[in-house]
Design a protein around this ligand. Structure first.
Ligand code: ADP
Length: 684
């Protein structure tokens, strides 16, 4: 651990080979001025999340004191209390010597110079009537007047984003930092970035900064981001805090990334964890490149051009993976054509980064940011649509986005001193990533829950089928045994009266068998090819016929069947099947009735609906069974139903047949008191 820390906190060598601690720190996140282009940049940064990762550092609380600015190459900090007011950025007008690489010793007091406002690229500065552009070399100079009372040790923070090409820093005539190679042309210079805090070697209350910069590789030249001076301990502490947050973020993103890749490899059907995992890992990589710029700090200058490419690629390639992820979450809302367009454009930008030299591809950044901004707007529309259509996880996604956006707005306002609530972008970003992970895990566990439910349902169905087979064998065996026995007796008995009796028994048991087999055949054909051709059908006649068929069964238990069907119109129906359905309902009212019970059948035309009610005074059905009695093979298993034969298909078929006629069937029942089945059929 210590060793690792030492690695990050490498010492840098000064000119004389003395070791100087140059600690690496995260850059504070810079909230751009509120111009149109900065708003575009800022919002796009928010949308892609990636740029914000560098912004995870906490800003020190605003002390309320306005920082002094440099004027004509001098910044007066004599009234600045470093202990109370904290570090201060050396912003304002610096002396600027274009196309000159000057040493402190060569600089004369009245030497001609320009004044340049820092931080800011030098590109637009006009020297000798000409805009100087991004490429070239120059010397910056600033004199810093310090207060009488100074903290023990002052330090200078030069973030990696301050000068993105190459520089040499001289303080009071002594070179204290060299990054890359500053040269007079492209062949003589080397691009490099570094992030450091340097203890200031002070022996008076004035210090003189001379900064030589050359740029042939980057789209913006010069001192682009602020340099800060402050108590060394404070700068180091801030660095440590920010490094902790930064590593925490890298760790979280890394774990989340690998976790989701793992999820994908377990269940490859759903690719959303794959895209989210890759996206998180790219962000983790990016976190090591921006801010504290850990990778730059440990990479030798001669291969930093490669790191710069990876830096850009980590932004340009994060976008397609993020949109792929959203597309998988909301595939209907996120149009495939737009997805392809975003992927193709991102790949073209990425190819350009791979092929082109840095001076060209670093210029593509603004274009890509605008493209990201537009893609982000589209994504927001997609999510809003998904919420309107109540898609799974859409509300959570929107919540995560709103949370993140709220912290972002809060931070912009805090940085511009409109609010004084502190900065929370880091928390917002972590909340965003966690909510995404939660969303994916929930999706995953929902899939498992569905599988669990389905396997329970399968087990239940397997049991139902077993029970059905047992019932069926029993139901088929009983009439078969009777037929067998009467057949045998028929053979050995010559008495004509007995023979007539045996014949009747054989006939009625065969009828039972045929009816079972008919039911089973109908059951298998139900979903496909049954002929439901209809004709004018008289319901009253169907009811009367079925009462007649069931009278013997009713008589056995002394059950009276009352037919209260009034005069009703004929309806268009398939007589054979409708009769089967009504038979099943009346038969149940008889067989599940008590000794001496009653069955009442009523039929009436109500507003062109034929209503048939079959009420009995039987055993009734417990509430828990009611929703299931129309299921295939479902039978109530109780001591009351034990005696009654059946295989649990009567009501299933009745319901199907009635539905095929455009009607409905319902039931009301009270255990021990009886049941009422209500059938409704359209008259026309
Ligand atoms: P089954 O062949 O078992 O009669 P059904 O599909 O006709 O099959 O009925 C399913 C279950 O509904 C029956 O097992 C019985 O428990 C219950 N049931 C149906 N009608 C009545 C009724 N009128 N009274 C009490 N229980 C009934």
């Amino acid at each position: 651990m210590e060793e690792a820390r030492d690695l990050w906190w490498r010492c840098q060598l000064d000119e004389g080979g003395n070791s100087m601690i140059a600690k690496h720190i995260s850059v504070k996140y810079k909230i751009p001025e509120l111009s149109v282009s900065s708003v575009v940049k800022t919002i796009s940064a928010f949308l892609i999340l990636a740029l914000s990762i560098s912004s995870c550092a906490k800003q020190p609380a605003f002390s309320g004191k306005i920082s002094p600015r440099a004027v004509d190459g001098v910044i007066d900090l004599t009234l600045w209390d470093f202990e109370k007011d904290g570090p201060v950025q050396l912003n304002g007008g610096w002396m600027f010597y274009w196309k000159q690489l000057l040493k402190s010793a060569d600089l004369k007091e009245n030497q001609g110079h320009e004044i340049i406002t820092t931080p800011g690229e030098w590109d637009d500065l006009v020297v000798n009537g000409q805009r100087i552009g991004a490429g070239g070399f120059a010397t910056y100079r600033l004199k810093v007047l310090l207060p009488e009372a100074l903290p023990n040790q002052l330090g200078l923070r030069i973030p990696s984003l301050a000068v993105q090409s190459a520089y040499e820093l001289e303080i009071n005539g002594k070179i204290i930092n060299q990054i890359g190679k500053v040269g007079r042309d492209v062949t003589d210079s080397l691009l490099a970035k570094n992030h450091c805090i340097i203890p200031l070697p002070l022996n008076s209350n004035l210090f003189d900064i001379v900064l030589r910069v050359s740029n042939y590789h980057y789209s913006e030249g010069g001192l682009i981001n602020p340099v800060t001076v402050g108590p060394l301990v404070r700068l180091q502490q801030e660095e440590l805090d920010q490094a902790n947050i930064s590593w925490l973020l890298i760790g979280i993103l890394g774990i989340i990334g690998f976790y989701h890749l793992g999820l994908f490899f377990i269940r490859r059907k759903d690719t959303s964890p794959l895209w989210f995992g890759i996206f998180s890992l790219i962000l983790a990589l990016r976190s090591t490149l921006v801010g504290a710029a850990y990778i730059y700090n440990i990479t030798p200058a001669d291969i930093q051009w490669l790191i710069l490419k990876i830096d850009y690629l980590s932004f340009y390639l994060a976008i397609p993976f993020f949109v792929l992820y959203i597309n998988r979450l909301f595939p209907v809302e996120f149009r495939t054509i737009i997805l392809r367009l975003i992927i193709v454009i991102s790949i073209l930008f990425s190819l350009f980064v791979v092929i082109a030299p840095p001076i060209l591809y670093t210029r593509s950044l603004l274009g890509f940011e605008i493209f990201t901004f537009i893609s982000g707007l589209y994504t927001i529309f997609v999510i809003i649509f998904a919420v309107i259509r109540k898609r799974e996880g859409s509300v959570l996604f929107l919540t995560a986005l709103v949370l993140f956006f709220a912290t972002f707005v809060n931070d912009v306002l805090t940085t511009h001193h409109v609010l004084n609530t502190g900065v929370y972008l880091f928390e917002g970003f972590i909340a965003f990533i966690f909510l995404q992970s939660y969303l994916l895990s929930r999706k995953f566990s929902n899939a498992f829950t569905t599988v669990e439910k389905q396997s329970l349902e399968l087990t239940r169905l397997a049991n139902v089928k077993d029970e059905f087979l047992a019932n069926l064998s029993h139901e088929l065996r009983t009439p078969l045994t009777a037929i067998y026995a009467y057949g045998e007796m028929f053979e050995h008995n010559d008495d004509p009266a007995d023979m007539k009796e045996y014949g009747r028994e054989i006939y009625s048991n065969s009828e039972k068998l045929i009816s079972y087999i008919d039911d089973l055949m109908l059951l298998t054909r139900m979903e496909s090819d049954i002929d439901m051709s209809s004709s004018e059908t008289d319901i009253k006649e169907i009811i009367a016929e079925n009462i007649d068929k069931l009278s013997k069964l009713a008589n056995e238990k002394n059950i009276s069947i009352l037919n209260l069907a009034g005069s009703v119109p004929e309806i268009q129906a398939n007589k054979k099947y409708l009769s089967k359905a009504i038979h099943a309902i009346i038969k149940n009212a008889v067989v599940y009735n008590k000794e001496n019970g009653t069955v009442v059948i009523a039929a009436q035309n109500d507003n062109n609906m034929m209503k048939i009610n079959v009420t009995d005074t039987g055993i009734g059905i417990a509430a828990g069974h009611l929703p299931l009695i129309f299921d295939r093979f479902y039978r109530v298993d109780s001591s009351d139903t034990y005696e009654v034969s059946g295989v649990g298909v009567g009501l299933f078929l009745a319901q199907k047949i009635i539905e095929m006629h455009g009607g409905t069937i319902g039931v009301k029942s009270e255990l021990g008191r009886g049941s009422e089945f209500m059938v409704e059929l359209p008259v026309k």
